[in-house]
Design a protein. Structure first.
Length: 309
């Protein structure tokens, strides 16, 4: 059965996931703006992908969510600093049975969304994909395509099963987490550490993992974040730091985090949602985070200097 889905944020993540779902026959509406919106309306959505290229035309695209109306699922595919505006924009899309899927990096997004739409409407999620806008109306995907999600309380539900089936039929990887909060924190642990250290050093993964000092710094940062998570009641595996270091060893040697790239370019970044959140939650839980405190200060200083200069 075809689902009605709205994608807010038709960039790399939203464009790729929404495009795959539309290609599989689902009723997908994209909320976009500017030249990207104009291109979607005129030429449709073109996706260049390692899993196969495709074009969706015509595309239902608008800057007014009210034109789409109530949907089965809202995919919130914006960055953390865009989330407040996206939640407001999502209101015309949300009916009594609508589920709002969060995909933001970090651990605060589900709670932020729940404050507006109610906890029962939220499906916390985490995305793994390398995809970006390759020009107006064009998305390039270089790898991945995985959404890990679940109900707030991790209980099985019909809507979770329907979304998983739709994603799988679209050629995407759908994982229903047994503990979605642990899954979100595991990703956050890696991103916050690598993002801050990559920003401070402006070095790619290959350099960071090859140097004994930066490799140890990454592990120390991750260990602090794991302690914060456990103080918040998150059940992380005992070997979570070792597992994430092993994950780092599998990343492309010339790869960098989006945080590092955004700060280098002087763009708005997710620094406060990553390193800033570690510092804040450390203070709230009484968990010492000296490594991450220093990384946050250094990364914040670099971001300010780039913008000033």
């Amino acid at each position: 059965m075809a689902l009605k889905i709205a994608v807010i944020g038709a960039g790399g993540v939203g464009g790729y996931f929404g495009g795959r779902l539309a290609a599989a026959g689902h009723d997908v509406g994209f909320v976009a703006r500017g030249t990207h919106l104009a291109a979607l309306k005129q030429n449709g959505l073109t996706v260049t992908s390692v899993a196969g290229d495709f074009t969706i035309a015509p595309v239902q695209a608008t800057d007014d969510p009210g034109e789409i109306g109530e949907v089965d699922f809202v995919l919130l595919a914006v960055k953390t600093w865009q989330l407040e505006a996206a939640i407001t924009a999502a209101k015309p899309l949300i009916g009594p049975e609508t589920a709002v899927v969060t995909t933001q990096n970090g651990v605060d997004a589900p709670g932020q969304v729940a404050e507006v739409v109610g906890r029962n409407a939220v499906l916390p999620g985490a995305v793994e994909v390398i995809a970006f806008l390759d020009g107006p109306g064009r998305v390039r995907q270089l790898g991945g395509g995985k959404l890990t999600f679940a109900e707030w309380d991790n209980a099985p539900s019909d809507r979770v099963a329907r979304l998983r089936a739709a994603l799988q039929e679209a050629g995407l990887t759908a994982v229903v987490a047994t503990d979605v909060w642990a899954a979100l924190w595991e990703k956050f642990l890696a991103l916050a550490s690598l993002g801050a250290i990559g920003t401070v050093t402006d070095a790619p993964y290959g350099v960071l993992r090859a140097r004994a000092g930066t490799r140890r710094l990454i592990a120390d940062s991750m260990a602090e974040i794991a302690q914060v998570a456990r103080a918040k009641g998150i059940r992380l595996a005992d070997d979570v730091v070792a597992a994430e270091i092993a994950f780092l060893d599998q990343l492309p040697p010339d790869g960098t985090t989006s945080l590092q790239r955004d700060i280098r370019a002087g763009r708005p970044s997710e620094l406060e949602a990553w390193a800033g959140t570690v510092v804040r939650l450390g203070r709230e839980t009484g968990t010492p985070t000296p490594v991450n405190d220093l990384l946050h200060e250094l990364a914040s200083t670099r971001a300010q200097a780039v913008k000033a200069g």
